[in-house]
Design a binder for this molecule. Structure first.
Ligand code: SAH
Length: 219
């Protein structure tokens, strides 16, 4: 067996041991070759359970966090999913295995283009891309069954709540108030939109790059 395949299986087993039990999610991670999403100099670390740097000072998320957020999103195969923060397109590719279509937004045009090319090369056709500001969401394609945000916001963006279907679920990292000397961190929050309003569950502590308003000027 190729070294990479062996390391991938080890990673999937480690994710199971860390509590990821949804076999559809585990299978989706198994199907997506993470080595295609990391910069060439990091290929040997593609199956380590850690985030890695990508272009534009951004990161590809840690496999555990991708698996965890995807599991909490409870994606169904008929779902229309909005993703904010395409980055490398790794989380996008995992979602694309599980749902009807992913609508993914990224504020850096270069990252969006690279991710689009990468997923097209892998024949992942159920993804639509947009360079735009995730704080505004994608009103032309709303409403969405599921929304996932992979950058850290101070609060739940109103536009995203508006664009979520009733009964829909949104998973996102929200900033936690910290002291001046403390490193900023977030908590994963799962929001369910009900007829009575929003139900919020706070889950695990995480570290994400910030969600920055507007489209990036440096491309
Ligand atoms: N899911 C990605 C993680 C990328 S890091 C992966 O696995 O590779 C988060 C991404 O969110 C970055 O690429 C950043 O540019 C993007 N981002 C930050 N603020 C944004 C905004 N307001 N709208 C859209 N994308 C944003």
């Amino acid at each position: 067996m190729a070294e990479e395949e062996y390391r991938k299986i080890e990673l999937i087993m480690a994710l199971r041991n860390q509590g990821i039990r949804d076999t559809n999610v585990l299978r989706a991670l198994e199907r997506v070759p993470r080595e295609n999403f990391v910069p060439p100099s990091f290929v040997d670390q593609a199956y380590d359970d850690q985030s890695l740097p990508i272009e534009c000072g951004q990161t590809i998320s840690q496999p555990f966090i991708v698996a965890y957020m995807t599991e909490k999103l409870q994606v169904g195969d008929r779902d229309k999913v909005l993703e904010i923060g395409t980055g490398s397109g790794y989380q996008t590719a995992v979602l694309a295995q599980l749902c009807r279509r992913v609508y993914t937004m990224e504020r850096y045009r270069t990252l969006r283009q690279a991710a689009e090319q990468r997923l097209a090369d892998m024949r992942m056709v159920n993804v639509t891309y947009l360079t735009g500001d995730g704080y505004k969401g994608w009103p032309q394609q709303a409403p969405f069954d599921r929304i996932i945000v992979t950058a850290a916001a101070p609060d739940i963006p109103d536009a995203l709540v508006d664009q979520l279907k009733e009964g829909g679920i949104m998973v996102l990292p929200l900033n936690v108030q910290t002291g001046e000397l403390e490193k900023p961190y977030q908590q994963i929050v799962r929001v369910t939109k009900t007829e009575y309003g929003l139900e919020e569950e706070t889950l695990i502590d995480v570290r994400f790059v910030p969600m920055v308003p507007g489209v990036a000027r440096e491309m």
